[in-house]
Design a protein around this ligand. Structure first.
Ligand SMILES: Cc1cc2nc3c(=O)[nH]c(=O)nc-3n(C[C@H](O)[C@H](O)[C@H](O)COP(=O)(O)O)c2cc1C
Length: 370
């Protein structure tokens, strides 16, 4: 396929695969698309190890790095300050949920690891810059995308000076225009159907609005895309390619445990709900006994970012460790209702392209008949 973005990066197919899992990044990159590595949970040392591994397995092909750099972020504190920083009511509430479910504390060494961390540090401009310094040592990275806000000017200038393109995820025309003004080369327009942080405007409305507002800047369509028919619709609406996150979670390469995958395969689209309880900002995630506890009468309101992440990160690790399936949650979009069984990244890309071609031909055939 030939679009502005395949030309921009020299890739074969304009399918961008967001994942926190290096195996997904490698597989989609090698299948001719563009793997996008999410960095929100990584220290610079971890990122270096991941990037080396990706370089070693992708034969010089280009790939992308994703940072989340929120414009509005409360000061980041280490976990050991938890009892000072977080309201007592919230800590007691979390402990009550876990105790009621019979979920034990982490073993002392794992708990200590949490205490040494500062959830949210990589969301700060300083944390982001440390990751960028690592990324610049890996020339296969051709694009850096920021989510949740405008990247600092010095970061955009540095990336441009090194010959990289800079992109941004947006959920509204207003945000898209601000990003273009800041010098962004490529916009990812993400509809509210999407997994994780998501806005309130549906993809069908958002994509053409953003395309019209930012032309000639290329737009990738995101949010609710998991198959070729949806890709065809996105391209018809003016996108130069697609950016998907949820669909890779069901592949054998994904980072999810078999328990979590099983839950995703059993879910319906309406089970992918928007809540603030994982990060403090609105995210789409799988409904679970944990989300239900926060919806129950008397539950406290979620805290802002990054305090909410500080509050729930260890609780989520405890739930995973206890394999308490009905309490397990993960970010996922409405496309989860179509994800019914395990697959592989390669077959997802192949099926995307096959169904895309069939759809385009079907519509073209109808035009010819008319
Ligand atoms: C599990 C998961 C985690 C995500 N984390 C991030 C992230 O850290 N940074 C980011 O820019 N987008 C993140 N996203 C959003 C994706 O980049 C993408 O825009 C979104 O998944 C597209 O919608 P879809 O889920 O319907 O495919 C995440 C999505 C999922 C499913």
């Amino acid at each position: 396929m030939k679009t502005k973005v395949t030309e921009m990066f020299g890739i074969e197919t304009p399918i961008f695969a967001f994942s926190h899992c290096r195996d997904v990044v490698v597989e989609v990159t090698n299948a001719g698309g563009m793997g996008v590595l999410g960095t929100t949970r990584m220290s610079p040392e971890q990122l270096e190890a991941e990037l080396k591994w990706i370089d070693d397995h992708t034969k010089g092909r280009p790939y992308t790095l994703d940072l989340a750099l929120p414009n509005k972020l409360d000061p980041v504190k280490p976990m050991r300050d938890r009892d000072i920083v977080l309201p007592k009511e919230h800590i007691e509430f979390i402990e009550r949920i876990l105790a009621d479910a019979g979920i034990p504390p982490l073993p002392e060494d794992e708990h200590q690891k949490f205490m040494e961390s500062s959830p949210g540090y990589t969301l700060t401009s300083r944390g982001g810059m440390e990751l960028i310094e690592v990324a610049l040592k890996h020339p296969q990275i051709k694009l850096v995308v920021s989510a949740l806000g405008i990247a600092p000017k010095e970061m955009i200038d540095l990336l441009h000076a090194k010959g990289l393109k800079v992109g941004a995820l947006v959920g509204s025309v207003h945000h898209a225009l601000r990003q273009v003004e800041a010098g962004i080369d490529i916009i990812v327009a993400q509809g509210m159907e999407a997994g994780a942080h998501s806005g309130d405007i549906a993809s069908m409305v958002l994509w053409p609005q953003v395309v019209d507002a930012v032309t000639p800047v290329p737009v990738l369509a995101a949010g609710g895309i998991g198959r070729g028919r949806q890709m065809a619709a996105a391209m018809v609406l003016g996108a130069e390619g697609v950016w998907c996150g949820s669909i890779w979670l069901g592949t054998r390469e994904s980072e999810l445990s078999p328990d979590m995958k099983e839950r995703l395969f059993a879910a319906r689209s309406e089970d992918a709900i928007q809540r603030r309880i994982f990060t403090g900002k609105q995210c789409r995630m799988l409904r679970s006994a944990f989300t239900d506890a926060w919806d129950a009468p008397g539950a406290p309101a979620p805290l802002p970012m990054p305090q909410q992440g500080m509050l729930v990160s260890e609780a989520r690790a405890r739930i995973e460790r206890a394999r308490k399936k009905d309490y397990m949650g993960y970010y996922v979009g409405q496309i989860v209702g179509d994800m019914k069984e395990g697959t592989s990244c390669r077959s997802v890309v192949y099926e995307f392209l096959t169904e895309f071609l069939e759809s385009v031909e079907r519509v073209a055939g109808r035009m010819a008949q008319a």
